[in-house]
Design a protein around this ligand. Structure first.
Ligand SMILES: [Zn+2]
Ligand SMILES: [Zn+2]
Length: 104
């Protein structure tokens, strides 16, 4: 088994944003709408056949940076990714704010 992390440019299936390669890590979500696709069981393995849209539902501050929690539109599974350095900051704030409102 290999866990090759792919760092490729890709066009977002949700918003159409062209995401260039990240350079330091595999980009696993769109930098603009922050959506991801449910393609992996383990990061980078592309073994999941769900292929639903993972939508960001919450953010969390961790030691390695901001973590984004996703929920799959299709199967409802939750996943976590680490926010990239060029993620849309306003969008991250929106998610954080929406999540705070849900808790109160
Ligand atoms: Zn997008
Ligand atoms: Zn799914």
């Amino acid at each position: 088994m290999s866990f090759t992390m792919l760092d490729e440019s890709f066009v977002c299936a949700v918003c159409g944003e062209e995401n260039p390669p990240l350079g330091y890590s595999a980009r696993d979500h769109c930098r603009k709408c922050l959506c991801s696709l449910h393609l992996d069981i383990d990061p980078g393995d592309r073994l999941c056949d769900c292929k639903g849209v993972l939508r960001p539902v919450a953010t969390e501050q961790g030691k390695k940076g901001t973590k984004i929690t996703y929920r799959c539109d299709k199967c409802g599974k939750s996943k976590r990714n680490i926010a990239a350095t060029d993620d849309d900051f306003d969008k991250l704030l929106d998610i954080t704010r929406a999540n705070a409102e849900n808790l109160t």
